[in-house]
Design a protein around this ligand. Structure first.
Ligand SMILES: *[C@@H]1O[C@H](CO)[C@@H](O)[C@H](O)[C@H]1NC(C)=O
Ligand SMILES: *[C@@H]1O[C@H](CO)[C@@H](O)[C@H](O)[C@H]1NC(C)=O
Ligand SMILES: *[C@@H]1O[C@H](CO)[C@@H](O)[C@H](O)[C@H]1NC(C)=O
Length: 397
């Protein structure tokens, strides 16, 4: 009988996921529509920032996430004046009920005045929202999968490091991701890294280009990432890959191997850009040109975390199109509407990343068994089930 019940639930779940796959385009477009405007503290129109904030909060609530706001004060320079302002990191908590492990999926939601609000980082935020929606819709009360560990979905405010990069002679305070980690996450983890699975950061993930020489690699890149350099150079320096910056620790390896397997497993029919791992070897510092590629995004605060005298690097992975180091193959605007922006190839990439990360969370933070409080349900690893979902998604793409 148990088999019958399980089978039925699996079919229902797959049907649920099918609905999600078919409507994903609509969801992505809807998220992006709320992220087209400039969201910078010095912007003359503050409405765009306020609207994006309230949209993200509304979505988290709709998905049944527990909404928490992490306020922080930092300094920015507005018209030459240093000003203290209050930022808002928006956190959606999906609490696990069986262990204390914690995994973060995060994206910056503010913008610099120089860049496209959809590229940096509307696409990352929209994808993070999709992961949250699909994860919540496949787990929890009445669903086949039970949330075992905790997942935190986070939209970071005020990446002051990017503002400072544009205005190097001005003094900026620390960014939102730093405050989230130090003021909010570290206490949440009871000041221990033991239960921390890692952070997956999405920062600029919509620029791809199959033209030769569309990918710029700074000097020293070949020393820090010899294997990646060889691969990219041998193929004519094309910006046709999704970069995954990682560190070479054991916990990091575990997280990235699940992400890589999910990414590649789902990609036989439609072909999203290949995933290029960029492993940073501990104790082998990159030169400053190469470091500038990956030292201003949220993952870097986890890598360089130092709560006391001793450094305590935390696992984090950055997924990115390398941003200003790449020319876009599909230039849009400005102004660029969500509809124009969401070309078939961008939609493929974003949906693929969203499915990959949802699968990653399902594998790492859930287990099979309906969470109805009963103890008789056999707990089976979710791997087999996830593979069948991937197979189905492949058909639907
Ligand atoms: C969850 O999936 C069901 C279909 O399986 C759908 O009706 C519902 O709207 C979805 N909820 C969200 C928040 O996407
Ligand atoms: C930010 O600064 C204001 C004004 O000094 C203060 O009232 C507020 O409590 C501070 N907020 C945080 C989160 O530190
Ligand atoms: C932190 O401590 C509280 C209270 O003891 C506990 O309920 C919670 O699960 C702990 N969290 C982690 C991540 O260990």
């Amino acid at each position: 009988m148990a088999v019958g019940v399980n089978y039925c639930c699996t079919v229902l779940l797959i049907l649920g996921m099918a609905t999600i796959c078919l409507t994903q385009k609509t969801h992505l477009k809807y998220h992006l529509q709320h992220l087209t405007g400039e969201r910078h503290p010095a912007s003359p129109d503050t409405q765009q920032l306020l609207e994006a904030r309230s949209y993200i909060k509304d979505q988290f609530r709709q998905y049944d996430l527990e909404l928490v706001i992490n306020h922080f004060n930092t300094t920015v320079v507005i018209k030459g004046q240093e000003k203290t302002i209050t930022g808002e990191n928006i956190v959606g908590v999906a609490r696990g009920d069986a262990d204390d492990s914690v995994l973060v999926v995060g994206a910056d939601y503010d913008t610099t005045p120089q860049q496209s609000p959809l590229e940096n980082n509307g696409g990352g935020v929209a994808t993070m929202l999709e992961v949250a929606r699909m994860y919540m819709n496949s787990t929890g009360p009445g669903r086949e999968l039970k949330r075992r560990g905790t997942v935190l979905f986070v939209a970071f405010d005020l990446n002051t490091i990017e503002y400072a990069a544009a205005q190097p002679d001005e003094r900026y305070g620390r960014p939102g991701a730093y405050y989230f980690l130090h003021q909010w996450l570290w206490p949440f983890l009871n000041q221990s890294s033991q239960k921390f699975v890692g952070a997956i950061i999405l920062d600029s993930i919509t620029k791809f280009n199959t033209k030769k020489m569309s990918q710029y690699l700074p000097s020293g890149f070949e020393k820090t990432f010899p294997a990646a350099h060889e691969r990219i150079a041998s193929m004519g320096n094309r910006g046709d890959f999704l970069a995954m910056y990682t560190r070479t620790s054991r916990t990091s390896h575990h997280l990235t191997s699940v992400i890589t397997a999910s990414y590649n497993e789902g990609s036989t029919k439609a072909s999203p850009p290949r995933l290029q791992e960029l492993p940073v070897v501990s104790g082998a510092p990159a030169n400053s040109d190469t470091l500038s590629m990956f030292n201003h995004q949220a993952h870097f605060h986890f890598w360089t975390f130092q709560p006391s005298a001793e450094p305590l690097p935390l696992t984090a992975v950055l997924l990115t199109d390398t941003d200003i180091y790449r020319g876009s193959g599909e230039v849009c605007g400005p102004p660029c509407s969500a509809k124009e922006f969401l070309t078939p190839s961008r939609q493929l990439v974003l949906s693929h990343i969203a499915s990959t990360l949802t699968n990653t969370l399902l594998q790492l933070q859930t287990e099979q068994g309906i969470s109805d409080g009963s103890t008789g349900v056999a707990l089976v690893p979710t791997l087999a089930l996830t593979s069948s979902l991937v197979a189905l998604m492949r058909l639907l793409h």
